[in-house]
Ligand binder design. Structure first.
Ligand code: 5GP
Ligand code: MN
Length: 353
């Protein structure tokens, strides 16, 4: 994936022939065209999805540093009120601008690790403000909310695509860029273990290690550096676990005040669905998270052939075969029975019972 020449002519990307907003169309571009688009911009706003995870954050930070190394003004913008998770505080220059305080008129807006406009939250307003818009993403079913789209649904993480762009540029990859991409790929592949892990994942990681990334240090900082409160949250969801479909589905929930009662000020839920999925015999894990005024967030993880991305799309969300999510505007108990009843029905149908 990263064997592009490091310095090739930058070509002017052609303007789209259609009104992409009216027609929900976009122009697919390659790494070189992305570089040309980046070159032409001066002020760039970058954003990942709401409730950002390691891939959204790492991809955005690495792209920010690439742009800054190219002499651009670049910032990572988070949707109003959205706080970056504590888990990644160790990352260098882990700094963001709240969308309510972002007063630039960027000539380029880049969405990373986002396949659908609603997952941009309040950052959506930058789509209209920016002269050009680009999405870099690895999700299935990109919904076409930007002018340009650089995507690869086979990529293990969006950071793999960002790394490819960095490698294709004339900028020397810095240790920080390598660290951001490494953490993004490590977390999106579950420490190089999920089904999306392939040869290219290790090739990219090797390049990052060559630059100075220490795999053991990165792993410890992400997976063995939890606050006691974050561990108590894990205990809480394990305590509340229920099973259905003959033990193949495990589900649990987080109440709106759980985080604050445990003294957690920022999101600490990213690894929780994977913990539920690690229970013996469980193939699909569902975590319901009641969020005041924002409905119930549903996080899904699968380790069998059951595709949770398809399930999430049925409920208006999206994601990958192994990790997906959606939001339900229902009270918690109704949301739980809505989803679990659906899974039970599907399970009975597939069993022929
Ligand atoms: P998570 O459960 O960690 O929030 O998300 C798992 C995967 O599904 C991520 O790749 C995430 O971007 C995607 N995802 C989660 N929620 C949604 C949603 O509401 N809509 C879409 N399209 N994708 C989602
Ligand atoms: Mn991702």
């Amino acid at each position: 994936m990263n064997d592009q020449p490091s310095d090739t002519a930058q070509s002017e990307p052609a303007e789209p022939e259609v009104d992409y907003l009216a027609n929900n169309q976009y122009q697919p571009v390659g790494a070189q065209e992305v570089l040309a688009i980046l070159h032409e911009a001066q002020t760039v706003a970058i954003s990942g999805h709401v409730n950002p995870d390691g891939d959204a954050l790492g991809s955005a930070l690495a792209l920010r540093d690439l742009l800054r190394a190219m002499g651009k003004k670049a910032d990572v913008v988070l949707s109003e009120g959205c706080l970056a998770p504590e888990l990644y505080d160790f990352l260098p220059d882990y700094t963001f601008v709240d969308s309510s305080s972002y007063h630039e008129t960027p000539d380029l807006f880049v969405a990373v690790d986002v396949s659908t406009i609603k997952r941009l939250g309040k950052v959506q307003s930058l789509l209209d403000k920016a002269e050009r818009t680009l999405a870099i993403d690895h999700h299935a079913c990109f919904e076409g909310f930007t002018q340009y789209y650089y995507g690869d649904t086979a990529a293990p993480a969006t950071a793999s695509l960002i790394w490819e762009i960095i490698q294709a540029s004339t900028v020397e990859p810095s240790l920080n860029m390598a660290s951001y991409c490494y953490v993004a790929i490590m977390t999106d592949t579950g420490r190089f273990a999920f089904r999306n892990t392939d040869r290219s994942t290790f090739v990219d990681a090797t390049e990052m290690v060559d630059i100075g990334v220490n795999p053991s240090e990165m792993s410890q900082l992400v997976y063995e550096n939890k606050s006691l409160a974050a561990l108590r949250l894990e205990a809480l969801i394990i305590d509340r676990v229920s099973f259905s479909c003959e033990g193949r589905v495990a589900y649990s929930y987080i109440l709106s005040n759980d985080l604050s009662s445990l003294g957690l000020e920022r999101d600490a839920t990213e690894q929780l669905p994977t913990i539920l999925r690690s229970i013996k015999g469980v193939e699909v894990a569902v975590l319901f998270r009641d969020e005041i005024d924002e409905g119930v967030r549903v996080n899904l993880r699968s380790r069998s052939s059951y595709n949770v991305g398809l399930l999430a799309r049925k409920f208006g969300g999206g994601g990958h075969a192994g990790a997906a999510g959606f939001t339900l505007e229902l009270p918690l108990e109704e949301a739980i029975s809505h989803v679990i009843d659906y899974l039970i029905e599907e399970h009975s149908a597939s069993d022929g019972t």
